[in-house]
Write a new protein. Structure first.
Lengths: 194, 194
């Protein structure tokens, strides 16, 4: 089957803010491809909690854009510290394919050590591992690859969507803009990279 | 003198959020022309207060982007209800030209009546009138003109900048996006028009 990706495919990029409180702001930037912002939504999750998956599902399914969102993009599989997102459940409960993007290959030994200090460490690790195989791919710049995981979508198609939406740099626009908004609102001015 | 406008001229668009509290969130979207978002900043003003001019000057001059901002764009001359912005002082204190954009020609009789219920009504009206002559111009669609006021910039140049930055519709991108962010963050999901 040949799946045609429209250049204006609707993508929801989700990022979190800095860890300056126990309630962490998460922001969804609803984009047309890598071109322009069509909507903004927000929710809150608990720092180092276990509610990220549910809060994201609620935010997505209660949005007026729900029926239009074709892809959910996440910046890693943990939000608000070590609050893990179960991307398989996120995909199943919303019916929308999920792509996780990372700038670097995750260091699982380091993550394991950090998780040790938190309750339900094994469950968190299990949820992170459910995100499956990590694929290296090129978003824009071949000297600077990114890494993805996905649920509910073929890997090659996910790579195409990452490439199509990375108009301004190595990071897809929906994630780059979600990051600018989340840090800008919480810190007073945007900073750092998605 | 021929003034050349670069397509990527840096513009800060500022909008406010819905009036659901006494502290009103204002959001600055720092844009390259009408193309893409380079930064987000925020501040707070008092509903129906008199602090909008000072808060906006503080937000702009304390930003890391301060030296790059070539134009400040406002969505009308009152924010957070009837908190007026003195655009002459905003221009003088920041050194940056200011363009005010309105979808409709303001109804001054209606404004006067509304101001009557607030303290310092005359001072507010005087600040609003300092914004000067209101010019009708075409941003994108000739059947749907917009209205502008400006400080520290020639009218014809201001019209060019409004046209150049209105890539997605009748409203310049920096204002359209500032509106999406401010309403999205405060209301949970963006709504309405800038």
């Amino acid at each position: 089957m040949v799946f045609h990706i429209k250049p204006e495919i609707r993508i929801l990029g989700i990022d979190d803010s800095a860890l300056i409180r126990d309630n962490i702001l998460i922001v969804g930037a609803f984009f047309r491809g890598g071109q322009w912002l069509d909507g903004v939504m927000r929710s809150e999750i608990t720092r180092d909690g276990m509610d990220a998956t549910d809060r994201i599902i609620d935010m997505v399914t209660s949005s007026k854009h729900y029926g239009q969102i074709r892809i959910i993009m996440l910046d890693g599989v943990t939000y608000g510290g070590f609050n893990p997102v179960d991307i398989v459940r996120l995909n199943e409960d919303t019916g929308i394919p999920v792509i996780v993007l990372m700038r670097e290959f995750p260091d699982f030994e380091k993550i394991k050590t950090a998780l040790h200090h938190l309750p339900e460490a094994d469950k968190r690790m299990e949820m992170m591992l459910r995100a499956g195989r990590i694929i290296e791919t090129i978003s824009k710049d071949s000297s600077n690859p990114v890494f993805i995981q996905c649920a509910g979508i073929e890997v090659c198609l996910a790579c195409d969507i990452v490439r199509l939406s990375s108009t301004r740099g190595n990071i897809p626009e929906p994630l780059r803009v979600a990051h600018l908004i989340a840090t800008g609102i919480v810190c007073g001015e945007s900073r750092g990279k998605a």
